[in-house]
Design a protein around this ligand. Structure first.
Ligand code: FAD
Length: 384
């Protein structure tokens, strides 16, 4: 009988196995439903794997138990993680601002390093093996590392919650799931007509006509609404209001954030006074793309105000297929020390109700929860 059976060879499951090995525990069985380990991990950070962030704080995440989250992150945060990658897994890290990547900027480096580390200790990953029933697993300790419900094609399709609930039979233990780090849908036909156009902006989220959050970055107009990292970041905040039943939301894009409204208005007027043969959109197109200027002219009213606060009505987010992470899941407060759910079953990673912004926060949670679990199992095995 294995000492530890880990269900799911994604980010958290692989890391849990690696940490156990580094603590001297090698009698491990690892089950993965896909034909390969780490499918989602390979897709992270556009294939570059933004695996952590130097500036992580527990308050940046959404969870039901901020104190427990803080304790896990303080014990196994960026410092611990980077040391483990560099000294134990032999993956050199590199960074851009606070974002941390493997030095190769290739997610395959991370997956290969973990697989090689496990293989060197004689641990094979049983692939094409979907665990449907926890009672079918015979091991001293079982770790559920089966992910959330986002990006189901990668293997994490929400079956975690059934596996977990088969053990505790308590629906109250879960926060309902929503897609997070996801694009917004809009029914505004002029927004959709801009599909393919990109613009740097400050994007503001309004709820009941009050600004509640802002993010700067590239906004991409699409045939369903809007995308881009600033959009994804705001989707997390949007979810908080959706959970409270508040749906009166829209976003507003300041597409010329470096100029004040007055300065921009003067600039627009100067261009429109010019009576050459160019049409109005052509005269404005040195400020913003011509397509955007045409839409703004059709909206009518003060042109500079539209450029500084281009309203986009939101009808919701896209679905789990398009989301990077899951908001919700098994409440963290239901887990004891070391991510323990019952006497011998642990839950780690995205299956738990913890989600963070873009920028390495979600993989850091996968690693931190895995380290915490492995440490607990190791301390229990060594006293047996
Ligand atoms: C496109 C994309 C890009 C991302 N980029 C980043 C990034 O750059 N930085 C960042 O911090 N986060 C990123 N994330 C989020 C991050 O990848 C996840 O939060 C993280 O992978 C979660 O780890 P996990 O181990 O909980 O789940 P997963 O990595 O999803 O692993 C779960 C594994 O369990 C397997 N499984 C599920 N059910 C069963 C079962 N019943 N039996 C056997 N196996 C099972 C699945 O096939 C899967 O391999 C990204 C996500 C996506 C979709």
């Amino acid at each position: 009988m294995p000492d530890v059976a880990i269900i799911g060879a994604g980010a958290s499951g692989l890391m849990c196995a690696c940490r156990l090995v580094s603590l001297g525990i090698t009698n491990i069985a690892l089950f993965e439903r896909n034909n390969k380990e780490g499918k989602k991990l390979l897709a992270t950070g556009n294939g570059r794997c933004n695996l952590s962030n130097k500036n992580i704080d527990a308050s940046d995440y959404s969870t039901d138990d901020p104190n427990k989250l803080r304790a896990v992150l303080e014990a196994y945060g960026y410092e611990f993680t980077s040391k483990f990658f560099e000294k134990t897994l032999n993956v050199m890290l590199s960074g851009k601002d606070d974002l941390v990547y493997p030095r190769t900027y290739k997610s395959s480096t991370v997956v290969d390093a973990m697989r090689n580390f496990l293989e060197a200790s004689g641990i094979t990953i049983t692939t094409d093996d979907m665990v449907k029933d926890i009672s079918s697993i015979d091991a001293k300790y079982i770790v559920i590392a089966t992910g959330g419900a986002a990006s189901p094609k990668s293997g994490s399709d929400g079956n975690s919650y059934k596996l977990i609930n088969s053990l505790i039979n308590d629906r109250q233990a879960f926060t309902g799931v929503l897609p997070s780090l996801v694009q917004f849908r809009s029914s505004d036909s002029d927004v959709k007509s801009l599909s393919g156009v990109r613009v740097n902006c400050t994007l503001r989220l309004y709820v009941d006509n009050k600004e509640v959050a802002a993010e700067s970055g590239e906004l991409l107009f699409t045939d369903y609404g809007i995308s881009g990292i600033c959009t994804m970041q705001l989707s997390r905040i949007y979810n908080e209001y959706i959970r409270k039943g508040i749906r009166n939301c829209y976003v507003s894009a300041d597409m010329v954030p470096e100029l004040s409204l007055d300065v921009l208005r003067d600039e627009v007027e100067r261009r429109l006074l010019n009576s050459d043969i160019l049409d109005k959109a052509d005269r404005l197109s040195g400020i913003l793309q011509k397509e955007i200027c045409e839409v703004i002219l059709k909206r009518g009213g003060d042109i500079a105000s539209h450029m500084k606060a281009f309203r986009i009505n939101i009808t919701g987010t896209r679905d789990m297929e398009n989301a990077q992470v899951t908001s919700g899941g098994l409440n963290l407060q239901y887990l004891g020390d070391g991510m323990r759910l019952t006497d011998n079953v642990y839950v780690i990673g995205e299956a738990v109700n913890v989600d963070g912004p873009c920028g390495g926060y979600n993989l850091q949670w996968a690693w931190s929860s895995a380290f915490s679990c492995a440490q607990d199992i190791s301390s229990r095995i060594s006293v047996l």
